[in-house]
Write a protein that binds this ligand. Structure first.
Ligand code: FES
Ligand code: FES
Length: 154
């Protein structure tokens, strides 16, 4: 067992967990933050993407113990405290960027990092940034439009 302390969506958390606990499992099963989805557990689908210390990462490929002292942001931490959606969340709603929604948290968190680094990305740059995120409903065109909509709001 190992004690891990991190800041998750702005709140300090300290938990004792098994050494081999994946970050995705830690969030979903220990902290009950089930907005981070798990689609493959083999670092392929991107459904589990979130942000650790400013970097989008696949949380099924990281141990929770590696996040000691880190700042972690999940989809639950994206909207403002009064419930106002993040522009990318709004974009997915405006442009019908989801169907079943399984891939959506990961798509959104990858898009957050993209727009932080490139506030006005081209269609190609959006598609490149989302290469690691799979949508089984194949809604890619509307996902790109959602990110473009969010970019146009800044
Ligand atoms: Fe992590 Fe698929 S669950 S990449
Ligand atoms: Fe269903 Fe993307 S909306 S997997």
């Amino acid at each position: 067992m190992k004690k891990v302390s991190a800041e998750v969506n702005g709140k300090k958390v300290t938990k004792e967990i098994a050494d081999h606990t994946l970050l995705s499992v830690f969030l979903r099963e220990v902290l009950n933050l089930t907005g981070t989805h798990v689609g493959c557990d083999t670092s392929s689908c991107g459904a589990c993407t979130l942000i650790v210390n400013g970097e989008a990462v696949k949380s099924c490929s990281l141990l929770a113990a590696q996040c000691e002292g880190a700042e972690v942001m999940t989809i639950e931490g994206l909207a403002a405290s009064d419930g106002t959606l993040h522009p990318i969340q709004e974009g997915f709603r405006e442009k019908h960027g989801l169907q079943c929604g399984y891939c959506t948290p990961g798509m959104i968190m990858s898009s957050v990092q993209l727009l932080q680094r490139n506030p006005n990305p081209s269609d190609q740059e959006i598609r490149h940034a989302l290469e690691g995120n799979f949508c089984r409903c194949t809604g890619y065109d509307n996902i790109v439009k959602a990110v473009q909509w969010a970019a146009s709001q800044s």
